[in-house]
Design a protein around this ligand. Structure first.
Ligand SMILES: O=C(O)CCC(=O)C(=O)O
Ligand SMILES: [Fe+2]
Length: 214
């Protein structure tokens, strides 16, 4: 009996370890959707597995900033927490460096440069969000580029809509999913993570961008 209990504890322990070691899959499974106007998105559900503990490490360990922004005549809270890592900063977990390097290798020829910076967003619950925008600070306002987003934690929808009007594209992003916005996506399309009234736990997104793209 004692031995059996010991065994099952050991087994559970090793299963737990395996499930909780973050592991990046192959990027060959990426599927591209051409959006139009020179924009596209690539999607790979479940790129990162075993990321439950990573989520806690990031939630608790990243120096999250609450920001306030001027909106017309008022100053309002930005409805999410933020952190930004420059090209030469260490990321808060080695697997996030690995992810950036894997993306740089995979997209190197098409992008012509590596992904360097990492922006992190923390959506505390369904009331946190990001409004419609393009990542247009810097040269993405006039040049094609890529923004790769690794989504962790609670599932949330990423919406995309063409700037000149037309149907909205919806991509639900779950724990470990990767989406890459490319081509003219930042300037001919906009994206958003809308608020949801459904009970949603916290979500963290990691956005990898090339130098000088924000
Ligand atoms: O959280 C996301 O998936 C999107 C974040 C975003 O669009 C941004 O920070 O520019
Ligand atoms: Fe964005």
């Amino acid at each position: 009996m004692g031995r059996l209990v010991g065994m099952s504890v050991h087994l559970q322990g090793s299963l737990f370890d395996q499930a909780d070691r973050p592991h990046l899959g192959r990027l060959t499974g990426l599927r591209r959707t051409v959006l139009g106007d020179g924009a596209w998105i690539d999607l790979l559900p479940g790129w990162l597995s075993g990321a439950d503990e990573l989520f806690s490490v990031l939630a608790e360990g990243v120096p999250w900033r609450a920001e306030r922004r001027q909106m017309y005549d008022r100053t309002v809270d930005v409805p999410r927490l933020l952190a930004f890592y420059r090209a030469d900063d260490d990321l808060p977990s080695p697997v996030l460096d690995e992810a950036r390097d894997a993306l740089s290798r995979h997209y190197g020829d098409e992008l012509g440069e590596p992904f360097t910076t990492a922006g992190l967003c923390y959506y505390r619950d369904g009331r946190d969000s990001v409004a419609w925008h393009g990542d247009l600070t810097g040269r993405s306002s006039h040049q094609d580029t890529m923004v790769a987003i690794l989504s962790l934690g609670a599932p949330r929808d990423l919406l995309l809509r063409p700037c000149r009007g037309g149907a909205t594209v919806r991509r639900p992003l779950g724990h470990g999913d990767l989406i890459v916005m490319g081509g003219s996506c930042q300037r001919t399309w906009q994206h958003a993570v809308p608020k949801t009234a459904q009970a949603r736990g916290p979500r963290i997104s990691v956005q990898y961008r090339p130098r000088g793209v924000r």
